[in-house]
Design a protein around this ligand. Structure first.
Ligand code: BG6
Length: 483
């Protein structure tokens, strides 16, 4: 990192994300000594805060949400790096004031990271105004922009957003966030696959029967119905997080650990997924809505927005031909868990007389959260029998090996990477568009059929139709029960 002063300018600074995630993450990096030597965090928003009020507001958030230990002294050393500028998102004069404010502190050249933590409708306007006031010009220091999800609501809107922001920025200045990529365990998918020799030879259609990705939540829409009811689970979770997980599991080894090499491989996977459109949508997708969703505050009367979905995807390439990928995610389900299960094929010939029909197949579980780890299920001989077998597990828990607090908040890694100019864990324009290209026809087909989502009980594992979809393939959903 060069030694110029670095400004992190957060738009939407009085909001939830800044208080809960962004500033606690930056503070934690500061405590670990990872922040640039000379930095300042400038909050920008409509709310009238003085610098001091902004600091008090943030310290309240840290107190409430920080998952790490800190001393008053650490906070008092960090806090003077926080400043606030009140302003509107549509006003050129306010942006000029911001520009002067930042330039004055830089006193020459400086690096700038702009973070869009505003509602998505506003950020193209912010980028325009930053451009018009010269704040995106790289004269000496770099300029980067971090963009929060959702990136568009369909392919057309994502494309037009890309076009719009590319007028002011080059692709290598744009950091589109998918916070799943900031999760340690998600990054560990690459390490598991490509830093070990034992998995890669088996990682294909010859040995893998199918792959399951489950991302379930216990919470409902909470206070976000205004946003959620207009998007639903497929746009909220599948277009980004679940498809990202699929691409990491299914990608070919990249040529190097470089942002573009990595993202090229991920885009190749997305391009190889058989698009579900028209008639095949009904037999490969299930949409559900939890009982009681319509009574949530802010949900439209008779809303048919899905809060649960299950998809069966096929990847058309040499490695994965014929191996189904089952994806499911929903709100108000039995448990909060994110896990990827790689289920292997049965042995081609069973030698043992007592082998049970339909023995539990070998399974590799990438347990993303909450009990982060990796588990390996295989058959073992029951002692003191001729050749009876039982499934046993080998388990790796991050908490046991690295300590209970070893896993940082996703935003910590992502913000540091953006400051360091490493875009590996951010999504590229073509990646986002390709993902929308897969999601759009599914939703269009459901709209055209006018079929409502199946209602499911809160606290269940979703609608029965999702079980039926996979049972038709002679399989059932698996789930690793963490501790
Ligand atoms: C967000 C979605 O991107 O991810 C939320 O908008 C969802 O609806 C959240 O609750 C889940 O993230 P995590 O990290 O809790 O699995």
């Amino acid at each position: 990192m060069n030694q110029l002063p670095t400004s992190i300018i957060i738009f939407g600074a009085s909001g939830d994300l800044t208080q809960r995630k962004l500033v606690p993450s930056l503070f934690n990096s500061f405590i670990k000594g990872r922040m640039p030597k000379n930095f300042r965090i400038v909050g920008y928003g409509n709310t009238a805060f003085t610098d001091e009020q902004f600091r008090v507001h943030l310290s309240g958030g840290i107190h409430q949400f920080a998952a790490f230990k800190y001393s008053d002294e650490e906070w008092n050393t960090f806090a003077p790096n926080l400043a606030y500028q009140q302003g509107r998102y549509t006003d050129l004069a306010d942006f000029k004031r911001l520009s002067e404010f930042v330039s004055k502190w830089e006193n020459g050249s400086g690096n700038r990271l702009y973070y869009m933590a505003t509602p998505p409708g506003i950020f193209p306007n912010i980028i325009d105004l930053l451009g018009l006031t010269g704040q995106l010009q790289e004269n000496g220091g770099w300029r980067r922009v971090v963009i929060e999800k959702p990136f568009g609501t369909d392919l057309a809107s994502a494309r037009s957003l890309n076009l719009q922001i590319h007028k002011a920025l080059n692709e290598n200045q744009i950091y589109r966030i998918d916070h799943y990529l900031g999760k340690e365990t998600v990054q560990n998918i690459l390490v598991t696959r490509f830093a070990n020799t034992i998995f890669e030879p088996l990682w294909n259609r010859n040995y893998i029967d199918h792959v399951e990705v489950t991302v379930s939540e216990q919470v409902g829409v909470e206070h976000r119905a205004g946003y959620y009811d207009s998007v639903g689970v497929v746009r909220d979770m599948f277009q980004n997080h679940l498809l990202q997980l699929v691409s990491l599991v299914a990608m070919e080894p990249p040529a190097s650990f470089d942002a573009n090499a990595l993202r090229n491989e991920k885009v190749k996977v997305l391009n190889s997924i058989q698009p579900l459109r028209g008639e095949v949508v009904a037999s490969n997708t299930v949409l559900g809505q939890y009982q009681g969703y319509l009574d949530e505050e802010g949900v439209k009367a008779y809303s048919t927005t899905p809060t649960y979905a299950a998809l069966r995807l096929q990847i058309d390439n040499w490695r994965w031909q014929g191996v189904p990928f089952y994806l499911r995610s929903g709100k108000r389900l039995a448990e909060k868990t994110s896990q990827i299960i790689i289920e292997f094929k049965e042995p081609p010939h069973l030698l043992f007389p007592n082998a049970r029909a339909g023995m539990t197949p070998n399974m590799l579980v990438l347990y993303l959260q909450p009990d982060e780890g990796i588990h390996w299920r295989f058959e073992a001989k029951v002692p003191d029998t001729a050749a009876d077998m039982r499934s046993v597990d080998m388990e790796f828990h991050y908490a046991d090996s690295f300590g209970k607090t070893s896993i940082p908040e996703s935003y910590e890694r992502l913000l540091l990477d953006a400051l360091a100019g490493d875009a590996s864990l951010f999504t590229r324009a073509d990646e986002v568009e390709t993902a929308w290209g897969l999601i759009d026809p599914i939703l269009e087909s459901w709209d055209a059929q006018k079929r409502p989502p199946s209602i499911y009980e809160p606290g269940s594992w979703g609608p029965a139709a999702a079980d039926e979809m996979i049972i038709l393939d002679g399989r059932t959903w698996s789930r690793w029960q963490g501790h």
